[in-house]
Design a protein around this ligand. Structure first.
Ligand SMILES: Cc1cc2nc3c(=O)[nH]c(=O)nc-3n(C[C@H](O)[C@H](O)[C@H](O)COP(=O)(O)OP(=O)(O)OC[C@H]3O[C@@H](n4cnc5c(N)ncnc54)[C@H](O)[C@@H]3O)c2cc1C
Ligand code: FES
Length: 346
């Protein structure tokens, strides 16, 4: 449900670009013309109102803010997908999209002193945030960039010609490995062996390289395990997970008692009781308190708050790095107050 005190903003679709048979980019701008900022690699969460409820879906920006490109999201139509098909099939220039905010931790680090190289690994629509990130790195640093990009075929490869254009623009620094699993000439599917071979071929300095990975769940698993086996430190692997499936087996919080949670958000303050099995976000939703969220599975980071008092324990976390957790960041969709009351700040 959407009301006036909300965190929602509306965006007007200004233009639509056909990327492949199943993917389109949508250029959007805030309907009220009040500028909004985002960083390369982040995503916007779209809200789809329904009777007495709403659904949310997140879409990464393919545009790079540093290049002053219009805000652009790129959406792949999923067979049987409710909203990707609706957006792909029905949205026209001039239509309005409602958003509950922009977020995401799949960003470039503030400091690049320790980084000698970037390797981006994408599969299918996973190229969307990676395209934004790699344009940013190419245009704002002198660091070499390798993109390893998996698709069924060239025709299904989002941004294929744009990437070739970037390679011509940065021939010394930008290398691309297109892997087409259904190529008649040279079918290539990413495996542990192929990835290791490509890392050797491109002489990647594993300890000083940042790896960014985005694609289907199994792809991300193969890539992450392969990188760790070859000696890449875990903290050098950044992942963006488009999957919104819940993890069925979750550990029990160390304390399942009811505790009070106080939340500060957008100049408003709320206080409510949270008791297992409800997470902080679930308890707030039951009371119709509007907090940011998207996947509700611990995968996207939209629901992140900072715990400024007390202890919040997370059942699952696929996004926050150790240093962010040390600063008090928590995923409220996975978070429970433990050992007493807590105060959260958005
Ligand atoms: C942080 C984040 C960023 C994202 N960025 C993008 C983006 O830039 N571009 C983009 O196209 N999508 C992106 N997604 C995925 C997007 O939010 C939706 O999940 C996707 O569009 C499917 O929504 P739907 O309503 O069409 O499908 P649903 O009706 O929710 O699901 C229909 C069926 O498709 C399956 N399914 C759902 N999502 C996917 C998927 N991603 N791949 C394969 N099968 C799926 C479901 O399990 C289900 O069986 C992102 C997701 C997250 C969490
Ligand atoms: S809503 Fe996605 S991590 Fe919590």
């Amino acid at each position: 449900m959407i009301d006036d005190t909300s965190i929602y903003r509306s965006f007007t679709v200004t233009s639509i670009i056909d990327e492949t048979n199943n993917a389109k980019s949508f250029e959007i701008k805030p309907t009220d013309n009040i500028p909004i900022t985002y960083q390369a690699g982040q995503f916007i969460t779209l809200v789809f109102p329904k009777t007495n409820k709403e659904d949310r879906r997140s879409y990464s920006f393919s545009s790079a803010p540093v290049l002053n490109e219009p805000m652009r999201i790129t959406i792949k139509r999923i067979a049987n997908g409710e909203y990707s098909r609706q957006l792909f099939n029905h949205i026209k220039p001039g239509d309005t999209l409602i958003s509950s905010g922009i977020s995401g931790f799949f960003r470039l680090p503030d400091q690049l002193d320790h980084v000698r190289q970037f390797v981006f690994l994408a599969a299918g629509s996973g190229i969307t945030p990676i395209y934004s990130l790699l344009k940013t790195v190419l245009h704002t640093t002198r660091l070499p960039v390798v993109l390893i990009y998996s698709n069924y075929s060239e025709e299904e490869t989002i941004f294929h010609s744009e990437l070739l254009g970037l390679r011509s623009q940065f021939p010394e620094r930008f290398k691309i490995e297109f892997l087409f699993s259904q190529s008649e000439i040279q079918p290539r599917r990413l495996s542990k062996f192929l990835l290791h071979a490509l890392l050797e071929e491109h002489a990647i300095p594993l300890q000083e390289t940042l790896f960014y990975v985005c694609g289907p769940v199994n792809y991300m698993l193969v890539v992450s395990i392969s990188l760790i086996t070859v000696g890449v430190p875990r903290e050098h692997i950044r992942k963006e997970n488009f999957n919104t499936r819940q993890h069925l087996i979750k550990p029990l919080p160390p304390d399942t008692d009811a505790h009070r949670v106080k939340v500060f958000i957008n100049n408003a303050q709320y206080e409510f009781t949270v008791q297992y099995p409800d997470t902080i976000l679930a308890a707030a939703k039951k009371l119709q308190i509007q907090l940011p969220y998207s996947c509700e599975a611990g995968n996207c980071g939209s629901c992140t708050a900072t715990c400024v008092q007390g202890t919040t324990w997370m059942a699952y976390n696929e996004v926050l790095m150790d240093d962010e957790i040390k600063k008090g960041k928590v995923l409220t969709c996975q978070g429970y107050p433990v050992g007493g009351d807590v105060v959260l700040q958005y």
